[in-house]
Design a binder for this molecule. Structure first.
Ligand code: MLT
Length: 229
């Protein structure tokens, strides 16, 4: 079966977790690995992230939508399209996205999903044939629309291969059907889109809502995200 869940108490053992924070953490991670970053250490705390700098990592941090002071990079996917990232190692902490990855750890496998790689994630899951849970980052423990829409998009791609019979899955699927012809318009009143618009980063939002730009599927191996083989 296939189910998007928000609650950290949901049982993940025996399943594949797809951690998602469409705006913008997981979109940035997919972009970074697609543009040649070797691996990514997703961490919860700013100090933990900064400690990687001594090992030659690029360090990236976002809090409340803004780059944290003293870090090399923030959380815009455009930061990770620069030629300078190729061949580098990245440590990153964000408000919600890296927490969702931490909460996903009890799962058998942890993948990173975004609209940017939704087709590639669906292909991976189809081949793996295990139960799937989409771990939506939300915002500080609250439900959000964009991660639920991603779960709906993934459900649509997996229709016919997985049973889509959980209420949360059906809700996400139908929400995506309503929104998919104009995701940005649908999300215009959502809390995080309004937050990001106040920061004048509409291009980030538009980019993160594009589907199937990249083929990479980041997977957690120990403490690091690497491209799945
Ligand atoms: C997060 O982890 O909360 C975010 O990705 C926020 C953002 O930078 O848009």
């Amino acid at each position: 079966c296939f189910s998007p869940e928000l609650l950290p108490l949901f049982k993940l053992q025996g399943k594949i977790a797809v951690a998602v924070d469409v705006l913008r953490a997981t979109s940035s991670m997919v972009t970074a690995l697609s543009h040649g970053v070797v691996h990514i250490a997703p961490v919860s705390e700013l100090t933990e992230c900064m400690a990687y700098k001594d090992q030659g990592y690029m360090v990236a941090a976002e809090r409340d939508g803004v780059k944290a002071e003293g870090f090399d990079l923030g959380n815009s996917p455009f930061h990770y399209q620069e030629e300078g990232v190729r061949g580098r190692h990245l440590a990153i902490t964000t408000t919600n996205g890296t927490q969702a990855i931490r909460l996903s750890r009890p799962a058998d496998e942890v993948l990173i999903g975004a609209f940017l790689n939704v087709g590639a994630v669906a292909d991976y899951l189809r081949k793996a044939g295990k139960d799937v849970v989409v771990v939506c980052a939300g915002w500080k423990g609250l439900f959000n629309l964009e991660d639920t829409l991603f779960a709906g998009a993934l459900a649509e791609r997996l229709e016919g291969d997985f049973e889509l019979n959980h209420d949360a899955t059906l809700a996400a699927y139908h929400l995506y059907q309503t929104a998919k012809s104009d995701l940005l318009g649908f999300l215009s009143k959502s809390s995080h889109v309004q937050r990001l618009e106040r920061l004048h980063i509409l291009p980030d939002i538009e980019f993160c809502l594009r589907e199937d730009v990249y083929q990479v599927v980041p997977i957690l191996q120990g403490d690091f995200l690497v491209p799945a083989q």
